[in-house]
Design a protein around this ligand. Structure first.
Ligand SMILES: [Mg+2]
Length: 140
């Protein structure tokens, strides 16, 4: 499982994947603003794949981050994505806050629950990872 993320990072390089993460976070914000369930599921899959790589690069363990149930989930996700984009733009390994990564993962988890798209996201992830593996094989 984690091996595929390591392989992707080795193939494309850390900097490329960090930049790609910024792009995917931005795409998720766009999908949320459009309130398009199908698009949100696909973009969450992209972001989750990227955040797994970020966790691999920075060696971040996932701790469940408690989220105030009264808070606005959609607003939280947008804020988390924006803050993470800002941190990743700095591109300093030391500056990446593992708390920020885990908070984003937890917020996205909540978002999947309210849209009831857990299965769709998993299907997208499977499809996308399969495609990535094929692409990397060809590019080797
Ligand atoms: Mg995308």
């Amino acid at each position: 499982m984690n091996n595929i993320y390591k392989k992707i990072i080795e193939h494309y390089g850390e900097e490329t994947q960090i930049n790609k993460t910024v792009e995917e976070l931005a795409e998720l914000i766009v999908a949320i603003k459009k309130d398009n369930k199908k698009m949100i599921a696909e973009e969450i899959a992209d972001v989750e794949i990227m955040l797994e790589q970020i966790r691999t690069i920075y060696n971040i363990k996932y701790d469940i981050h408690k989220i105030n149930s009264n808070s606005n989930i959609i607003r939280n996700v947008i804020l988390c994505c924006c803050e993470l984009i800002e941190s990743l733009e700095v591109f300093d390994i030391r500056d990446i806050d593992k708390y920020e990564i885990n908070e984003t993962i937890s917020c996205i988890y909540q978002l999947k629950l309210i849209y009831e798209i857990n299965n769709e996201v998993d299907e997208w992830k499977e499809r996308k990872l399969r495609r990535m593996k094929e692409r990397m094989k060809k590019e080797r």
